[in-house]
Design a binder for this molecule. Structure first.
Ligand code: SF4
Length: 264
């Protein structure tokens, strides 16, 4: 815990507006500049701990919660600490993305960080975004909505049984989050990680596309090819799609709706 003040007052704001700079999060890492975590160049905060256990996870070291990590060294850090880092990067970034792990597992810290950014005259121009697996109570989004500029949500599988096999959890809250964020005008992007033999079957892709089109036929969709690098060993091994397989899935989505589609 730093020796930060318990709160600061926003310059020029009402005396009643207090910024919770002593709020503490459990942080796996930060990156000062990223162009793959939302629009523009972004400062990214990776929170430690995830409520999923995805077979295809590329950051498995961020899954364990507090006190269960032995392979790296997450830290408890305050909003005040992060604001100092963000302030150094601010001239070169367009926003801040909070990722994980699962960002919404620490909703109070997420909320307080965004309050602090939006309440700081020098940082308020930065967009605040969340990169999420979508598995949280809808009240979390309601609380964040006045502060954030959008959320990127992963949809691992439309079928609930297959989703449980991929992640260990139901997709019920994920689908509810996608629909609720769209309703709030806060759904920036849905991300589909394509794994051969898991969710690349044309009928699965078509069903997923039809669902997404029913939410918003013009939504931003990012189709991501699974890569073994960084993922845990799996038995049987998870299979990377070829460029042609990725393109085939994209063609199915394109035929369904005018999605704003990106392939990576
Ligand atoms: S939701 Fe993301 S961080 Fe959590 S286990 Fe799955 S891939 Fe990893």
């Amino acid at each position: 815990m730093s020796g930060a003040p318990s709160s600061t007052r926003r310059r020029g704001a009402s005396p009643a507006v207090r910024v919770p700079v002593d709020s503490t999060g459990y942080i796996a890492d930060t990156i000062s500049f990223s162009i793959v975590d939302g629009p523009g160049n972004r400062f990214v905060v990776f929170l430690q701990g995830c409520n999923f256990d995805c077979a295809a996870c590329h950051n498995p070291q961020t899954i364990p919660g507090y006190g269960r990590v032995d392979c790296h060294h997450p830290e408890h850090r305050t909003v005040h600490d992060l604001l100092a880092e963000i302030r150094r990067a601010a001239p070169f970034i367009s926003g801040v993305t909070v990722s994980g792990g699962e960002a919404t597992q620490q909703p109070n810290f997420l909320h307080d960080l965004f309050v602090a950014i939006k309440g700081d005259d020098d940082l308020a121009r930065l967009s605040c975004m969340v990169d999420s697996n979508g598995a949280c109570e809808l009240e979390v989004w309601d609380r964040l909505a006045p502060l954030m500029d959008g959320a990127m949500v992963d949809l691992k599988h439309l079928d609930d049984d297959a989703h449980r096999a991929m992640t260990g959890q139901s997709n019920r809250q994920v689908l509810a989050s996608i629909e609720h964020l769209q309703h709030l005008g806060q759904l920036y992007e849905v991300r589909l990680l394509l794994v051969v033999g898991v969710n690349d079957d044309p009928e699965v892709v078509r069903g997923t596309g039809e669902y997404l089109a029913s939410v918003d036929p013009g939504m931003r969709v990012k189709l991501i090819a699974f890569r073994r690098h960084g993922a845990r060993d799996h038995d049987p091994p998870l299979i990377e799609p070829t460029p042609d397989q990725l393109e085939s899935a994209a063609d199915i989505l394109r035929a369904l709706a005018p999605f704003d589609l990106t392939l990576i």
